[in-house]
Design a protein around this ligand. Structure first.
Ligand SMILES: Cc1cc2nc3c(=O)[nH]c(=O)nc-3n(C[C@H](O)[C@H](O)[C@H](O)COP(=O)(O)OP(=O)(O)OC[C@H]3O[C@@H](n4cnc5c(N)ncnc54)[C@H](O)[C@@H]3O)c2cc1C
Length: 473
């Protein structure tokens, strides 16, 4: 999101980018490509924000994101610009099978779901995941007519989905699928911001299932089939390394926060914990609550709105086993645990099935995801207690009782923005208000997409707006 693209008095200083996550790095890279000087500031000792790749017992371990949705083009475009195309890998979709926990047991997710929308009758009839009333309701949903006026007010994801398929489908499809991405509460999440495509399908077709089927028919043969998720051979951290190299490591000020911003006749005085920068423009690519603190003295209303965007905390726990420790090889990509099942675990990925080249043949790597809205007290446990809770869940749910050979915990406090009901309106108002501060731009996962591709898109757009605002040479 760009606060302003209007030209304003030019200064010769660099563009200051506050935040060295993928949003800030994408912005800084785009600016450097246009020959504009940048300084990237981040309080952490390393660049990448929540993107962190490491190695454990010969396995490539992702502490934060492990891949991105292939369907969204912006991350792939950035990877290509960086000359990393050869390093792109796809998820091993031949083994794509996901389980959902129901009454303490792993149940395969029925075939034919597009995200959470059922499109095939037989697999839905046969599944143990849902009871007959829900199955009948899913069949009848196909007969749902177009809404007379459409939905002109935002509703929660739970309300939207319940209206189509009932509460059980919210509990055992929508909630676990979205918790694995947002860690959020479907009763609070915005349908238009999180399920915008389905809100549009409802407007056009009434029935979501029918809408998906018609859309699919219209698109048949138009898009080449490819993997659902993409990643990089050496992990998402290799994208961070390549971005830093392209930006120039000397342009990164790590271990330093931006603590205040002061607009001046030409550009900004950017106060750091130690020292200051004279910047021509500023891109804030940090969590909304951190940006709010800097914006408050300049535009109190915009800051108040940014502060209202909640963030969830999460952690991933990587567990490495010798393959011989497991009674049988785990099946599929992994499993999701609905909140109703009352476990610590939100999801677990069997890495060797999703991205086989990331583990040696004799190792099994489980990537466990913890952290769900209103359950952050789980994260307050110390690392050992967190691991014990996760191991307890694995024992109950999968029968795996062996102790891992190696383990690692990665904590991400207040890193996942939550798009609550009314989010799009809030973001539009923030945009409008910040447009009164020329040269200030805001990026990050708080606005129009939490995934890596959307963060790349917004960071790049901010940089393009900054390039336009700096005027012709
Ligand atoms: C565990 C986990 C798993 C995920 N999995 C996936 C996935 O598989 N696929 C996917 O597409 N997405 C995934 N996501 C989401 C995605 O990774 C993030 O939304 C995205 O990386 C956020 O990037 P960002 O640059 O906006 O924010 P961050 O990466 O949070 O970076 C923001 C940076 O701002 C810095 N900062 C804070 N305050 C200041 C200040 N005052 N001055 C300067 N800098 C400051 C912070 O230190 C931080 O480094 C996942 C997220 C998490 C946490």
């Amino acid at each position: 999101m760009s606060a302003s693209s209007q030209a304003f008095p030019r200064s010769n200083g660099p563009v200051a980018v506050a935040g060295a996550g993928i949003s800030g790095l994408s912005a800084a890279y785009t600016l450097r490509q246009a020959g504009i000087d940048v300084v990237v500031v981040d309080p952490r000792p390393r660049a990448g924000g929540v993107m962190e790749t490491t190695r454990l017992a010969g396995c490539l371990v992702e502490g934060g994101p492990d891949s991105y949705l292939a369907q969204k083009p912006w991350a792939t475009a950035l990877i290509r610009k960086l000359g990393m195309e050869q390093e792109l890998i796809g998820s091993n979709d031949e083994r794509r099978k996901t389980f959902i926990v129901r009454d303490g047991r792993l149940v395969p997710m029925p075939d034919g779901l597009l995200m959470m929308v059922p499109t095939r009758i037989l697999p839905m009839v046969g599944t143990r995941l849902l009871g007959w009333p829900t199955k009948i309701r899913m069949g009848l949903e196909l007969l749902r007519g177009k809404p007379v006026d459409g939905r002109n007010i935002d509703v929660s994801v739970a309300e939207f989905f319940r209206d189509h398929y009932g509460q059980e489908a919210v509990d055992y499809l929508a909630e676990p699928l979205l918790a694995g991405v947002y860690g959020g509460d479907p009763e609070r999440m915005s349908a238009s911001s999180v399920l915008g495509r389905f809100v549009e399908l409802e407007r056009k077709h009434g029935s979501l299932s029918l809408g998906v089927l018609r859309e699919r028919k219209a698109a048949a043969g138009k898009h080449p089939a490819g993997p659902i998720f993409r990643s990089l051979r050496e992990g998402m951290g290799s994208l961070v390394e390549r971005l830093v190299a392209a930006i120039g490591p000397e342009r990164l000020l790590l271990g330093q926060s931006v603590v205040a911003l002061e607009p001046q006749h030409e550009g900004f005085h950017v106060q750091l914990e130690m020292g200051a920068i004279q910047a021509s423009q500023v891109i804030l690519a940090m969590p909304a609550y951190a940006a709010a603190a800097l914006i408050a003295p300049l535009e109190a209303e915009a800051a108040g709105l940014l502060e209202r965007i909640p963030y969830n905390s999460s952690a991933t726990v990587a567990l490495v086993y010798d393959a011989s420790q497991l009674p049988r090889p785990p099946e599929g990509f992994g499993f999701l645990v609905p909140r109703r099942e009352r476990q610590t675990l939100v999801a677990a990925t069997y890495v060797q099935n999703k991205f086989p080249h990331r583990t040696p043949d004799d190792k099994v790597l489980l990537r466990c995801f913890v952290g769900r809205a209103a359950e952050e007290n789980e994260l307050l446990r110390n690392d050992q207690r967190l691991v014990e809770a996760v191991l307890g869940d694995l024992r109950r749910l999968t029968g795996l009782s062996a102790q891992p050979r190696e383990q690692a915990v990665f904590r991400w406090p207040r890193a996942m923005a939550q798009y609550e009901v009314g989010h799009a309106g809030l973001v539009a108002e923030v945009r409008q208000r910040l447009a009164t501060i020329p040269g200030l731009h805001v990026a990050g996962n708080a606005f129009e997409g939490i995934g890596i591709p959307d963060c790349v898109r917004l960071g790049t757009q901010c940089a393009e707006a900054a390039i336009r605002a700096s005027g012709p040479d």
